[in-house]
Structures are given as C-alpha cells and as structure tokens.
Design a protein around this ligand. Sequence first.
Ligand code: EPU
Length: 340
Amino acid sequence: MPTVVQHDADLTALNSFGVPARAAHFARISDTDELQQALDFAAEQRLPLLVLGGGSNTLFLGNYHGLVLHVANRGIQWSDDSRRVTVAAGENWHDFVSLSIERGFYGLENLALIPGLVGAAPIQNIGAYGRELADVFVELEAIDLQTGKHHTLDKAACEFGYRDSLFKSDPETQWLIWSVTLQLQAKDQPDTSYAALQKVLAEQGDAQVSAKAVFATVCAIRRSKLPDPAELGNAGSFFKNPLVSADKLAALQAEHADVPHFATDSAKLVKLPAAWLIEQAGWKGKRRGQAGVHEQHALVIVNHGHATGEEIFLLAQEISASVLNKFGVALQPEVRLIHG
Ligand code: EPU
C-alpha cells in the first residue's frame, strides 16, 4: 500500500458544513508523483475517486467508500509584464485574490472572500458582484483520472455557464484540476456595475473607486450577510438562482407584483433570486433540529452545531418542495451532494 494513502480518514474538518463523514481511503496530493501512487492504488483496488479541495461546496450525505483525493499542490507564477498568472489548484482562493491585488494584478476584487481552493473556482465558474471567473480565465491544466494524462483546456473547452462548466457535466471523464491561468490587468479599473455594490460604494462616498476599495467593500458586504463557516457551518448559496421564461415571470407578477428579477444573456430568460422565493415561503431563520436557514440570508443553509449531512439535505428538500408548491419554480442545488 503506498504511503500517500491513509485509511478511515475523518472528513469533518474538510467540509465547510462541518458535518461528520469518513473516507474509506484518503490521499493528500501535493505533487504528480503522489497523485500517480494514489491513482495506481485506486486502479488496483477498483475504487471510485472523489476530488476534494476546500470542501466549501460539498455536502456529505454519509461516509465515502472510495478514495478521496485532497488537492494540496501549491505555487503561483506571476508574469509581471503580461499580468498573466498561473496558480496551483491547492492554493486558497481568497488568499490568492488578496495577493493579486497587492501585487497590482487587478480584476479579481469582486470575487474576494469566496471560500475554497483555486482548483474549485472553474468547476462552478464562481461568481459574485457582477463578475465571474470566466471573465479573466485563459486556460487550465487538468488530469484525466482514468488515464492519468495531463491536458490543457482553453476557455471554450471548459464550457462555462452560470455556476456551470464541463467539469460538472462531463459524463465521460473525471477531471482533477491541477492549475489555472488567468489574464489580469495592470489598469486599476474595477467593475462597479452591480447595483448592490454600487449602492454601498456611493454611501461610502467613494468617487474614484480603486480595486482595493472594491475588494474591501465586497469583503464587508459578504461578512455582513454570509456566515463564516469557521463559526457556523455552511457552503454559501445552497441553491442556484433559477432561470425562468418571461411568460413565467409575468404569471408570477400577476400574484406577486414585487418579485425581484434580473436580466440574463438570453432575452427569453430572467433570473429570480432563490433567496427571495425561500424567504417568501417562510423559511428565513427557520430550524429543523440542528439544520437551519440563515437569519441574514435565506439562500444559506447552516449547521447549528451537530447536524448530519442527511439532516441538511432533508431541510433542503423540504425548502425546494415548498417553493415549488408556492411558486411553481424548481430549485436546483448549487452544492455538490456526495451520496457515499
Ligand atoms: N433576497 C431576499 N432574502 C434574502 C436575501 C436576498 O429576498 O434573505 C433577495 C433580494 O431581492 C436580493 C436578491 O435576493 O436583491 C439577491 O440577493 P444577493 O445579492 O445576496 O445575491 P444572491 O442572488 O442570493 C448570488 C450568488 C452569491 C453571490 C451574490 C453576490 C448564486 C447562487 N449566489 O447570491 O454567491 O455572493 O449573488 O453577487 O448565484 C455562492 O455561490 O455560494 C454565493 C454566495
């Protein structure tokens, strides 16, 4: 048995919900040799694989019976002339964003304080305050876990969508993202077009807004309404914001004149805030045993201390059934559910 593989590992500290779960086999991967050893072991034992970064978007519904690959490679290559940067998947996302701004590599300020590791960012094309990863993305290096081969995938190949990418939807290949290359800017010209951000910046009286100011403001907004997983287990938004047709919006407006909605890239579809639907259905601040809906933000499901993954999942199911019943809108989880 290779030394990189441990058995019966505790995953409680490796998922931001803080729910109890164990992995039958577990390997912390810092370099490609360790990865190869782990892949050989999994092939020999015919084990399924689960790639785990910071565990900030994952809900374990029980113990995992296969081999968990915990990505832990490090390193950042800054190209000062071109403002391109290649960053290892195992780096912490927020620490990287913070460093990039200090170094004068601008463009990630709106994406501050998103929990998790760099390697997870492309999987759901992380986004916040009007920007998403795809806006600055150039390419990534990923490993096909069946063959062990490294591939470079450009932006088109990654098929980015709203909280979506090839890595969520590819039925053929299981990928492990190894590093990500981004094109950032020397020019300090942040995007402040997102209404909620603009409002706070205006209240602060910032006329000439710098990337550093946007970074600080985004951190402050997030801290004011999203719970810190170190204090209250959670995975940010539990559901995606649903896309509905203009006809569906009109039908909803006939009964709820004030339903908030946002335009999308498609003229036919509008985005509804799942948080609003959940709050209107009466869930904000509610508890079911140790699982609950956050008091400050209805889209965040929290672990009040000793919830199991199953308990959190049952609450999520109850919420989506009640939203479907009240509004005829189906909610899809944003969080990755691991069934064991
Ligand atoms: N709202 C409510 N009740 C609430 C909270 C919000 O009715 O308790 C309504 C308000 O109308 C508000 C609207 O929902 O205007 C949108 O709320 P917010 O600006 O907080 O954004 P969101 O749509 O809930 C999305 C992302 C967040 C990201 C924020 C800011 C998704 C699924 N979530 O949330 O991302 O930080 O926008 O850009 O797209 C995450 O993915 O984990 C995440 C936190």
